[in-house]
Design a protein around this ligand. Structure first.
Ligand SMILES: [Zn+2]
Length: 133
């Protein structure tokens, strides 16, 4: 390891070589910066898409799922997440909202008719006839 020997192997650069090297380094830096920017943009896109999927899964349930849960929703037999899902669906779906209101009225009438039955005001046959209509 002799530094003098190594120094002897060095030769002066031809003119313009340093400027060329500086240009290449600068070009590579720009390429790296572009790749980094691309990666950041790609990551943001993936995050946005992932968040969109997560939100759509969390927020929307199908009409058939919502309809299947309506009875349990009215009688408060769903967990908090299911309640949120049904509420969100009802807020955005006119058809299911109407079905819910109709089921709610029937449930309320059913509850009232049971009270009336207990009080002897209505006979059970009259109540069931009204429930079916
Ligand atoms: Zn619906």
């Amino acid at each position: 390891m002799n530094s003098v020997e190594n120094n002897d192997q060095w030769q002066p650069c031809p003119s313009g070589t340093l400027a060329e090297v500086a240009q290449q380094v600068s070009h590579r830096r720009r390429q790296v910066a572009k790749r980094r920017l691309g990666l950041v943009v790609l990551s943001i896109c993936l995050l946005v898409i992932g968040f969109g999927f997560w939100q759509s899964n969390a927020q929307t349930i199908s009409c058939s799922s919502a309809y299947a849960m309506l009875d349990d929703y009215i009688h408060e037999r769903l967990d908090a997440e299911q309640v949120r899902a049904v509420k969100r669906h009802l807020a955005s779906c006119e058809k299911c909202r109407r079905a819910y209101e109709s089921m709610q009225q029937r449930a309320a009438f059913g509850g009232l008719s049971r009270i009336w039955q207990v009080l002897g005001i209505l006979s059970s046959s009259a109540t069931s006839d009204r429930l079916q209509s």
